[in-house]
Design a protein around this ligand. Structure first.
Ligand code: PLP
Length: 224
């Protein structure tokens, strides 16, 4: 199938899962994850009216997105991958939402850049719900306190939580856990669910799903 057919099928699945959960389909935003894919695969979605996209690396996004955003100024780009503090400046300049805030040094640096550039971007706190040592994300036990710190100490506009469940785990308990943490932290948005599990994530309350391969096909050089 082509990219547009895949895209429409994913939207349809999101809508069905939302209805299943007695939610409005518009309460879920599809973040089309374009990492590793070139402009020729992204343009059909932009031309079809899709506006929300995700990339996981600042340097890669800087190569393709400035030109795409010049052509489609209302496209919104989410940073969904781990961010080094020395890339905060470039990230704030290019992205519209930062989904991967996961430590105080980064929160502080992002807040300073947002102020300097006058771009107060919505942020998500990434939670390492599986407590995997190699994965970014704040430890669950520190998540609620960290959201408060981001808001009160650094003045970040934290709108929600994000997680990437361990590949070998059932995702459902991680989604439920993230929802519980979000309630405790007093944030509304939940970014959870990828190609393999986005309908389940929607049933469990996701307001953003991040879907790559189900739309664009398998990535040639997988980047986590
Ligand atoms: C690559 C990526 C996705 C999309 O993964 P698919 O399985 O291709 O849908 C979602 N979230 C993050 C953080 C990613 O890095």
């Amino acid at each position: 199938m082509g990219i547009l057919e895949n895209y429409r099928e994913v939207l349809e699945n999101v809508a069905l899962a939302a209805k299943d959960a007695e939610r409005k389909p518009e309460s879920v935003t599809l973040v089309a994850v374009t990492k590793t894919h070139g402009a020729e695969k992204i343009l059909p979605l932009l031309k079809a009216g899709h506006r929300t996209f995700g990339e996981n690396r600042v340097q890669e996004a800087e190569k393709k997105w400035p030109a795409l955003k010049a052509e489609f100024p209302d496209a919104r780009l989410h940073l969904i991958g781990g961010l080094q503090t020395n890339k905060a400046k470039e990230a704030v300049a290019l992205f519209d939402v930062i989904e991967s805030v996961d430590r105080p040094e980064l929160a502080e640096k992002l807040a300073a850049e947002m102020k300097k550039q006058n771009r107060p971007l919505p942020c998500f706190v990434q939670v390492n719900t599986g407590e995997e040592p190699q994965k970014s994300g704040i430890a669950p036990k520190n998540a609620v306190g960290f959201v408060r710190e981001c808001r009160e100490k650094y003045g970040l506009n934290v709108v929600g939580l994000m997680c990437i469940p361990p590949v070998d785990d059932e995702p459902a308990p991680h989604f439920a856990f993230l929802k519980k943490l979000a309630r405790e932290a007093g944030v509304r948005e939940l970014s959870m669910g990828m190609s393999g599990d986005y309908p389940l994530a929607v049933q469990q309350g996701a307001t953003f799903v991040r879907v790559g391969s189900a739309i664009f096909g398998e990535r040639e050089t997988p980047k986590a």
